[in-house]
Design a protein around this ligand. Structure first.
Ligand code: AP5
Ligand code: MG
Length: 213
């Protein structure tokens, strides 16, 4: 099963993807995580991407498309995968459709997680992530047992560089202008599955499972 997780910054794409990995036995492919790993590693691609990410803008299409094309052909993607944060504009979606048809694959479901803007801002400004294993937390909504320490691996929790109020505003604007048109794009293909993203993390997971089976 090939799935796209669509939704604004802070909607819970990464949070739900982590649970879906276990349920469906397919990997999460997060272009945001891949780009952050490249920034961390200090590669040329990472240095280039960081300028856009810090400004809350999209990284150029050819960069992310290259990453996804390589990743979906790896062994662990044989039974399917979840694309988290890709595609992010109509041009990326069209390229993905072309790429998949060349590989004899297709997208089965586009899970669109819907959350109002005031809630997104609260979620993003309180987010914390484990440096070591990537587990996600929220200082109020999903706190770790011990402040600043990952429950799962004991790693140090950090706040993402782009989770400050100014960059969050710009990310939300970019979502509205460039990513939201994908809702109509996938609705037309009959693949859109709308999920109400307000509620507890468990409730939302159950809604997704109810739709995907
Ligand atoms: P990316 O990393 O994809 O960020 P994003 O889309 O802005 O989404 P987030 O990761 O911020 O949100 P999420 O939906 O995963 O929320 P989460 O589950 O963590 O992209 C970052 C940047 O990389 C982009 O700005 C761009 O520059 C670049 N980029 C990436 N992909 C690209 C592409 N395809 N093309 C071009 N550029 C690209 O949850 C958020 C918080 O809320 C957490 O603290 C969590 O604990 C909490 N939470 C989750 N669910 C709930 C709930 N139900 N109730 C209460 N709190 C909750
Ligand atoms: Mg994410």
């Amino acid at each position: 099963m090939n799935i796209i997780l669509l939704g604004p910054p802070g909607a819970g794409k990464g949070t739900q993807a982590k649970r879906m990995i276990e349920k469906y036995g397919i990997p999460q492919i997060s272009t945001g995580d891949m780009l952050r790993a490249a920034v961390q590693a200090g590669t040329e691609l990472g240095l280039e991407a960081k300028k856009y990410m810090d400004a809350g803008q999209l990284v150029p299409d050819e960069v992310v498309i290259g990453l996804v094309k390589e990743r979906i052909q790896q062994d662990d993607c044989k039974n399917g995968y979840m694309l988290d944060g890709f595609p992010r504009n109509v041009s990326q979606a069209e390229t993905l459709d072309k790429m998949l048809s060349e590989l004899g694959q297709k997208i089965d479901h586009v899970v669109c997680i819907e959350v109002p803007e005031d809630e997104l801002i609260k979620r993003l400004t309180g987010r914390r992530t484990c440096k070591q294993c990537g587990a996600g937390y929220h200082v109020v909504f999903d706190p770790p047992k011990q402040d600043g320490v990952c429950d799962k691996c004991g790693g140090e929790l950090y706040q993402r560089d782009d989770d400050n109020e100014e960059t969050v505003k710009s990310r939300l604007k970019v979502y509205k202008e460039q990513t939201e048109p994908l809702i109509a794009y996938y609705e037309k293909q009959g693949k859109l599955r709308r999920i109400d993203g307000v509620g507890s993390i468990d409730e939302i997971f159950n809604r997704i499972v109810a739709v995907l089976g």
